[in-house]
Ligand binder design. Sequence first.
Ligand SMILES: Cc1cc2nc3c(=O)[nH]c(=O)nc-3n(C[C@H](O)[C@H](O)[C@H](O)COP(=O)(O)OP(=O)(O)OC[C@H]3O[C@@H](n4cnc5c(N)ncnc54)[C@H](O)[C@@H]3O)c2cc1C
Length: 426
Amino acid sequence: MALTKDFQVAIVGGGIAGLTLAIALHARNINVTVYERAAAFGEIGAGVSFTPNAVEAMKVCHAGVFDAFERVCTLVSSPEKRKAGVFFDYVKGYDPALGPGEMPKIEFTIRSAYGQNAVHRAHFLDELVKLLPAQAARFGKGLTSVKQVGEEVEMFFEDGTTARADVVIGCDGIKSRVRRSMFGDDAPCAYPSYTHKYAYRGLIPIEKAKAALGDDLGGNAFMHLGPNGHLLTFPVAHGKTLNVVAFHQDDGEWPDSERLTRQGTRAQALKDFEGWSPAVQALLSMCDETLSVWAIFDLANPAPSFSIGRVAISGDAAHATSPHHGAGAGFCIEDAAVLATLLADPASTRETLPTVLEAYDAARRERGHWLVESSRHLGRMYDWQESMGSDMAAIHADLEERYKIIYGDGADAMCDAAREELKKRL
Ligand SMILES: Cc1cc2nc3c(=O)[nH]c(=O)nc-3n(C[C@H](O)[C@H](O)[C@H](O)COP(=O)(O)OP(=O)(O)OC[C@H]3O[C@@H](n4cnc5c(N)ncnc54)[C@H](O)[C@@H]3O)c2cc1C
């Protein structure tokens, strides 16, 4: 197929952001190469769920991305919850009024067009990789820096090699080297920040959880809120296992920002959640004796721009967020949809590329920064640290407004607005 553009795009990093963008550009017959540090594309084995805005953005990127999602996605909640589009049911995880063994009542529900879906990251990535020709990827290419040289951008790699392209998009995650190159090693946005929350992650055979908590609480997606912590559950492995993630406030510092996980114990988790509801105690008691603990980092010092000249950042490189909205990966795919739309626009040429990237920045920066901020707010609100404290009705009202923003007006409208922005700027 003949190329549609006179320029070459380089993408640094092949996670969800980089791969969806590469697929979207390749599908539009634009010359694209992905430079990935690892020896192959790969993701950690954890699950990820997608909000409806993300699913719409997949369709804009390429029908194959949506098909890949459909192939690997499991709608894991019970049939009644699926029918009602339940994303999460919310309960009090801390309630001194509950008697021994008494289960909490549902306070409110947040819904989503795709209900509670679970995608195994590695399986999704495997499907995405099939949509990209092998020659579009270079592995073992850890980028150290980028430099604009005339009308081109030069990339420098850890193995001493270099490469050039007309435009470089950094999709190299929360510790992005592209972002550091753009703003300098001393810029506040060069490094991620600890949100002062960590999370224990555990798995329970679902039949065991149901026997202890009942079919609903033990088998579906729930959010248990309380003081200085919250615990969420959702089924994984086609409903055979209940995934438990228990977030807790940490007033100290995380010891090593290079290593974002450490080994913890069930005993420590039970101590952190001492005095919480019988349901929370039971859930933690059913987890393995050793649990992994994840430090929650984000990009609290926002990047002043998502583009400088012919270099841009996308995905976590641009707006790494804490996971409380469950929307970080979805926003990566929105970025890819907007970038691909703009780069494929008839007005996009080798000469106009800096303006194209400015239009991308204008279309995406405010929304990206909002997600990081809003997600931090959710982390505090779920931990009863915001002004509404434990007022569940006020928490519900606040959440509904925020999810309206996340679901938005649809990916097509977002891309149309970005195209208009480009027109204005040219
Ligand atoms: C606990 C947790 C739960 C989450 N749950 C959800 C959820 O349910 N739903 C959701 O939408 N989001 C969720 N997220 C957020 C989501 O995981 C991220 O937003 C998303 O995976 C980021 O993708 P990315 O491609 O931008 O970055 P990454 O996945 O970090 O990929 C970056 C890629 O770049 C490569 N790379 C890095 N540095 C270099 C370099 N110097 N040179 C070359 N290559 C490089 C890496 O090897 C990697 O392949 C969650 C996050 C966490 C921490």
